[in-house]
Design a protein around this ligand. Structure first.
Ligand SMILES: Nc1ncnc2c1ncn2[C@@H]1O[C@H](COP(=O)(O)OP(=O)(O)OP(=O)(O)O)[C@@H](O)[C@H]1O
Ligand SMILES: [Mg+2]
Length: 237
């Protein structure tokens, strides 16, 4: 269960302030797949960064599994994030000096799973992602869709209860995007992982249990059509 309470985040802008989040509230039951939509600049990435504890709010709080993430100190937040969260970024963020399997094994090792057990798990999830024959490829030799599947495997390898994904298919063609999304949804649903995914993709929004829209700094009920309208306006579909 994730609860966001009265979350505010503002940035100074010249002489004024830009209130990006202005009292956002939401709760996400365990196992829910929630899509977040909203126009470019509405604060979607800002929101995910607050939920993951990468950034801190000016006021308000984020609770994950009964723990108030926003009142933890930096070292505690880092450990919490490592154990409980998986993050899929828009631009993969894979480590170029590590091969495919090593990229996926890293979060396991950071969680104390080592040696043969870690190798077995990283190989198994990469097989789920259709990458069994690419374990030892250099990540920069892979296609965009393959790299995104490695990024998803890395986010899910340590079986976190919560996965946050920020436009995980924003850089893929439509067919590859829908294939990658099917894999992400199949795996999170089979594990009853809570997934919060920012997307402009109406088909992903349709597959979600619920669509929320960020508007004027608040989270309001949205629908898959909202994602489509935003995608059209921003030239993303
Ligand atoms: N560190 C920062 N300093 C100043 N302004 C920031 C900072 N981070 C975000 N902003 C501003 O906050 C607003 C929301 O940014 P954010 O990246 O959350 O939007 P978004 O909804 O994810 O947009 P997109 O769909 O384009 O990714 C933008 O106007 C941005 O300029
Ligand atoms: Mg963003």
């Amino acid at each position: 269960m994730i609860v966001i309470r009265q979350l505010c985040r503002r940035f100074s802008e010249g002489a004024g302030v830009h209130r990006v989040l202005d009292g956002a509230n939401a709760s996400f039951p365990a196992g829910e797949v929630a899509a977040i939509v909203g126009r470019s600049g509405s604060g979607k990435s800002t929101l995910l960064n607050l939920v993951s504890g990468i950034d801190r709010p000016d006021s308000g709080e984020v609770e994950i599994g009964g723990r108030i993430v926003t009142s933890m100190g930096e070292p505690e937040r880092t450990l919490f994030r490592r154990a409980h969260l998986g993050f899929v970024y828009q631009f993969f963020n894979l480590i170029p000096t590590l091969d495919v399997e090593e990229n996926v094994r890293l979060p396991l090792e950071l969680n104390g799973i080592r040696g043969a057990a870690a190798r077995r798990r990283s190989a198994a999830i990469l097989a789920d992602m259709g990458l069994a024959d690419r374990l030892h490829s250099a990540v920069d030799r892979l296609s965009g869709g393959e790299q995104q599947r490695v990024a998803i495997a890395r986010a899910l390898a340590h079986e976190p209860p919560v996965v946050l994904a920020d436009e995980p298919t924003g850089n893929l063609d439509e067919e590859t995007a829908s294939q990658v999304l099917r894999l992400l949804l199949a795996l999170t649903r089979s594990r009853r992982t809570t997934l919060i995914v920012v997307t402009h993709d109406p088909s992903l929004a349709r597959s979600a249990d619920r669509v929320l829209e960020l508007r004027d700094g608040k989270l309001v009920a949205g629908d898959a059509g909202t994602a489509r309208a935003h995608a059209r306006r921003t030239g993303m579909s």
